[in-house]
Structures are given as structure tokens and as C-alpha cells.
Write a new protein. Structure first.
Length: 384
């Protein structure tokens, strides 16, 4: 399992480490906010388009080859800019990194489910989410230090070495999980399965969690600066958000496996806590920033392992790659949609109302989750 946790860390560290430091790059690659936005969208856009594709490919040829191929491609894409060190190649490197992450991220999630008994999925996904959260936390911090010391080239060099090391580790330690035989699936069959509440409910919760997390990371520092807080204090708020998410995920997974929590109740509780966190962010000063960060992080940390465990429980083993790829697509849409909603409302009113709009949307999701009649699988009954 450790190479899979390392793969989760790699994709999170690479995404946030570079994204948080592109704006400070001083070698001419980022010449305007439009260029910065394009570079950020390039990585996410590749993931939105390709994650379902690679998830389906993993079901067809096996998850291990797609995992290893994605990690090797991530290392090569990172090395591309580390060697070339020119603005033009930065675009190619970011596109390559996004495409590579689209391959090994859903494959790692599918392997987490395939390599663990069904009754331990909560723990497994809790640990996987924990290490991804560590990557999200360390990415901006360690990435900033590396860029300060040697520019983006040094950061890309580290990512190339990291991707290659994790690929080698996975090749040596991750067993070969053969694709399972499956019945032929038409587009209509796929549409019905993806429209089933067993898939839609956890995926919508994961998308909401990612939307809140992304909005918090992007806008809580803005609230802090508006309240007169310094850079250290606003940076600490983002760390609190990511740290709370990391701390809650393993505990939530254990509670699910032990039967102390069901997926349906846990997802509703996570959405509620996240909505309260965004509502707290509406409060002025340091209290609002820190309370908003802590509760938003805790809520998203509760949702993430339960959502993935519910998806694994409700998916035939031979379709896990496709399901995880489609779920990751939902998360990417939430990652983009959350900040866009907050920004749109803030441009018409204030940032306070932006937080409120997202809080109402996610709180409504909690109400729907509690009222939904069809049950999300809490503890998987099938064996792997």
C-alpha cells in the first residue's frame, strides 16, 4: 500500500507545489494573469478530459500498468522543463504532468480498493487521503522554498526524481492485479450506472468537498489580508485547513470499518460541517479565518474516505477503474466550480456573500443526503 500512498502524495504535491509558485516565477514564463490562468487550467483541463479515459483503460489492461505508465510519464514531463528551462517548454511540461496524473491517480484509487478486503476500505482510503492531504500541505510550503532557492527548475527536478522513485517502488512492490472478466457495456449501460444514486451521491459529496477545499485555499488568505493579518497568519490558516483534513481522514475511515459510522450519515455530517465552516468564514477577523479553515478542513476530511469507500462498495470490481476515473472527474469539476462560484458572487456583492452562497449549496446537499431514500453502501458486503 505504501507505494500507492506515495503516488497520492506525488499528484497532490506536484499539483499544488507548482500552482502555488507559478505567479512568483521571474524568468518570463508568466507574463500576465491570463497566462497564469492558462497554465493552471492546462493541468486541470487535462485531468478533466483524461481521467475517465485512463480509468476505463485500467479496467481493460490492468491497473498496475496504467499506474506505472502514469508515474513514468509524470517523471519525464517534469524532467522536460528541468532540462529545457524555457517558458515554452513550461506549457508542455504542465500538460504532460496533468495527463500523467490522469493516469496514475484513478489507478491508485482503484488499486487501493482491489488490494484491500472490503471491510477495510474505510481505513485504506482514509490513509490514502491522509497522504494526499500531506502533499497538498507541503506543496506550497516546500515548493516555495525550492523556487526561492533555485527557481521552478529545481522544483521540477525534484518532481522528476520523486515520480521516478515512486514508479520504481511501485514496480517492485505493487502486485500485478489482473483485469477481471466483465460483460460488454453499452453507452446506455454506462449512462445508467453513472446516473445511479449509488454513484451520484458519493461523487457529488466528493465534488462539494473539493469545491470547499479549493475555495478555502484560494480565498481565506484574501479574507485574512482584508482583516489586516500578515502573510504568516494567512499561510497558517491554509495549513490549518489542510492539516485538519489530513487528521480527520484516517479516523473517519476507521469509524466506517468498525461500524460506528455509515457512509450515508458520515457524508451528510461532513457536508454539514463543511457548510458551517464556510459560514464561519463569513465572520470578520482572525476568528472567522481560523474557524472557517478548521471546520472546512474537518468536513472535507470526513467526506473524502467515506465517499471513495462508498463508491468502491457500490461498484463491480471489474469496473473500479472507470468508476474512480469518473469520480475524479467530479472532483475536478468541484475544484474549478467552487472558486468560480465564490468569485462570481463576490464580484457582485462581497467575498462574505461568496462564502455564504457556497455554504448554502453544500448545506443543501447535506439535507438531500439525509432525505435520500436509497441507501449509500456503508460497509461493503462483497469480498475482493
Amino acid at each position: 500500500m505504501w507505494p500507492l500512498y506515495a503516488a497520492g502524495f506525488t499528484t497532490a504535491f506536484g499539483a499544488h507545489g507548482i500552482a502555488a509558485n507559478l505567479g512568483g516565477h521571474g524568468k518570463g514564463a508568466v507574463t500576465s494573469l491570463l497566462v497564469l490562468g492558462g497554465l493552471l487550467a492546462l493541468y486541470d483541463g487535462a485531468e478533466v478530459v483524461l481521467k475517465p479515459v485512463f480509468g476505463t483503460l485500467a479496467d481493460r489492461i490492468g491497473t498496475r500498468p496504467v499506474l506505472l505508465g502514469g508515474l513514468v510519464a509524470f517523471a519525464l514531463a517534469s524532467a522536460l522543463y528541468a532540462l529545457a528551462d524555457s517558458p515554452g517548454w513550461l506549457w508542455a511540461a504542465r500538460l504532460g504532468q496533468g495527463a500523467a496524473a490522469s493516469a496514475f491517480s484513478p489507478s491508485a484509487s482503484a488499486l487501493v480498493a482491489r488490494l484491500n478486503p472490503a471491510v477495510k476500505h474505510g481505513r485504506a482510503f482514509g490513509s490514502y487521503g491522509f497522504y494526499k492531504s500531506i502533499g497538498y500541505t507541503l506543496g506550497p510550503l516546500l515548493g516555495g522554498v525550492l523556487v526561492w532557492a533555485g527557481g521552478l527548475r529545481l522544483l521540477f527536478t525534484l518532481l522528476a526524481v520523486l515520480g521516478a522513485a515512486v514508479a520504481l517502488w511501485a514496480a517492485l512492490a505493487v502486485p500485478d492485479v489482473r483485469p477481471l472478466p466483465k460483460a460488454r457495456q453499452t453507452l446506455l449501460d454506462l449512462g445508467r450506472r453513472l446516473a445511479d444514486p449509488v454513484f451520484l451521491a458519493p461523487t457529488a459529496a466528493l465534488a462539494a468537498a473539493t469545491a470547499a477545499l479549493s475555495a478555502g485555499v484560494g480565498f481565506l488568505p484574501v479574507s485574512g489580508r482584508a482583516a489586516g493579518l500578515g502573510t504568516v497568519a494567512t499561510g497558517a490558516a491554509v495549513s490549518v485547513l489542510a492539516g485538519c483534513a489530513a487528521a480527520v481522514q484516517p479516523r473517519a475511515g476507521r469509524a466506517l470499518d468498525d461500524g460506528r459510522l455509515t457512509a450515508r450519515t458520515g457524508l451528510a455530517a461532513g457536508l454539514s460541517v463543511t457548510a458551517v465552516g464556510l459560514a464561519c468564514a463569513m465572520l470578520p477577523g482572525l476568528t472567522g479565518v481560523l474557524a472557517g479553515a478548521a471546520l472546512t478542513g474537518a468536513g472535507t476530511g470526513l467526506i473524502t474516505p467515506l465517499g471513495f469507500a462508498a463508491l468502491a462498495a457500490g461498484t463491480p470490481a471489474e469496473r473500479l477503474g472507470q468508476t474512480m476515473g469518473a469520480a475524479e472527474l467530479g472532483r475536478e469539476l468541484g475544484d474549478a466550480g467552487g472558486p468560480l462560484l465564490v468569485a462570481a458572487v463576490a464580484s457582485l456583492a462581497t467575498l462574505t456573500y461568496g462564502y455564504g452562497a457556497l455554504a448554502v449549496l453544500i448545506g443543501g446537499g447535506a439535507v438531500v443526503a439525509l432525505a435520500r431514500r436509497r441507501r449509500v453502501p456503508a460497509v461493503p458486503e462483497r469480498s475482493t
